[in-house]
Design a protein around this ligand. Structure first.
Ligand code: SAM
Ligand code: SF4
Length: 327
């Protein structure tokens, strides 16, 4: 079986595919209220083109796919893409990152098409707060969305909470309590200096150690846990006594996991980005549309994959300066 190694010997087997740059939310930490200069439709890879990229990378060592965005579920018939990617030999795991708004409607169709699992963004359990953070009132209810995913047989189910001091950090214990009853994996993410952060600053960053301390103070000792059997990426996992689910922390701002990074990103317009937080990239759309094999372009990109992301040099405390950079 082929493996795809980068210049530091990391085995690249995981591709995040942005299927659209658009979104039905405007999360305060991610997207400006007025939206972004959206890509023209002709620049966006068709489902057939995305499938072709996956089909060329799979024999090179690609094993795992995540569909993301923007918001992937707003692209029409997203389950069609799931089915097409599922049919590519060598693809072992297909996950979806979603804000969850359309999951009650789509979860069953996605599971039938071959989706394995789902990550749902859920920054609050309070309806008014969800609207204040997402800046759109679409009736999103994280419990309903996760329940729909579970009923459809998607597993594991992960809920991602971006923790912001003074915005939603008073809910970390409420989120953790969900794991007592539900077999869900609640993951607390440190706010990162990416996206359109205004008016968030470094004062809003809550280090994950503080999140864990608050949870164990309120609910009891946390034991280290292996986490979900599948899709165990950069999170460190813990479990409350007798809990059905686990608690994870993703700590891009206080700890590094670049040394074991196994992932690259395909942008909606067909550029292969070798670091989720950097701008190292090669265009795959041009060669793809010209009928030129992609392998040499992929190898060139991996030869330039950075050793660590640039956020590390800024860490907590540099957020205010970076927020002016935007992007
Ligand atoms: N729209 C989908 C969603 O919200 O899950 C997929 C795309 S979204 C960009 C992917 C993940 O990035 C979400 O879990 C979101 O919370 C996270 N994210 C976006 N901006 C972030 C930031 N500034 N800091 C930390 N996480 C962020
Ligand atoms: Fe949309 Fe996801 Fe960004 Fe929120 S985090 S604005 S749901 S892409």
């Amino acid at each position: 079986m082929s493996t795809l190694l980068d210049q530091f010997g990391r085995n690249i087997e995981y591709l995040r595919i942005s299927v659209t740059d658009r979104c039905n939310f405007r999360c305060r930490y991610c997207m400006p209220l007025e939206g972004l200069p959206w890509l023209p439709k002709s620049d966006i890879l068709s489902y057939e083109e995305i499938r072709d990229v996956v089909a060329q990378l799979a024999p090179m060592g690609l094993r795992r796919i995540r569909l993301t965005g923007g918001e992937p579920t707003i692209r029409p018939q997203i389950e069609t893409l799931v089915r097409m990617v599922r049919d590519v030999p060598g693809v072992e795991d297909i996950a979806l990152s979603t804000n969850g708004v359309k999951l009650p409607e789509l979860a069953g169709r996605l599971a039938d098409a071959g989706l394995d699992r789902v990550n749902i963004s859920a920054d609050s359990l309070q309806a008014d707060r969800i609207v204040a953070i997402a800046r759109r009132n679409l009736g999103f209810d994280p419990i309903v969305a996760a329940g729909a995913a579970q009923a459809a047989g998607l597993a594991p189910i992960k809920l991602n909470v971006v923790v912001m001091r003074g915005v939603n950090d008073d809910e970390v214990v409420d989120f953790a309590r969900l794991t007592l009853e539900h077999p869900w994996h609640i993951r607390f993410i440190e706010l990162m200096p990416v996206g359109a952060l205004e008016p968030l600053t470094d004062d809003h960053v809550v280090p994950s150690d503080e999140v864990l301390a608050r949870i164990s103070h309120a609910l009891g000792a946390l034991a280290s846990d292996a986490g979900p059997a599948r899709g165990n990426g950069p999170a460190a996992y813990y479990r409350l006594p007798n809990a059905a689910g686990s608690i994870g922390v993703i700590t891009p701002m206080t700890h590094t996991y670049c040394g074991s990074c196994n992932r690259v990103r395909l942008t909606a317009d067909g550029r292969l980005r070798t670091c989720l937080f950097g701008d190292h990239e090669v265009d795959l759309r041009g060669p793809l549309r010209a009928g030129t094999p992609l392998a040499p372009f992929v190898r060139q990109a991996l030869a330039e994959k950075p050793e660590a992301h640039a956020l590390l040099s800024r860490r907590v405390g540099g957020l205010r300066a970076l927020s002016q950079v935007g992007g």
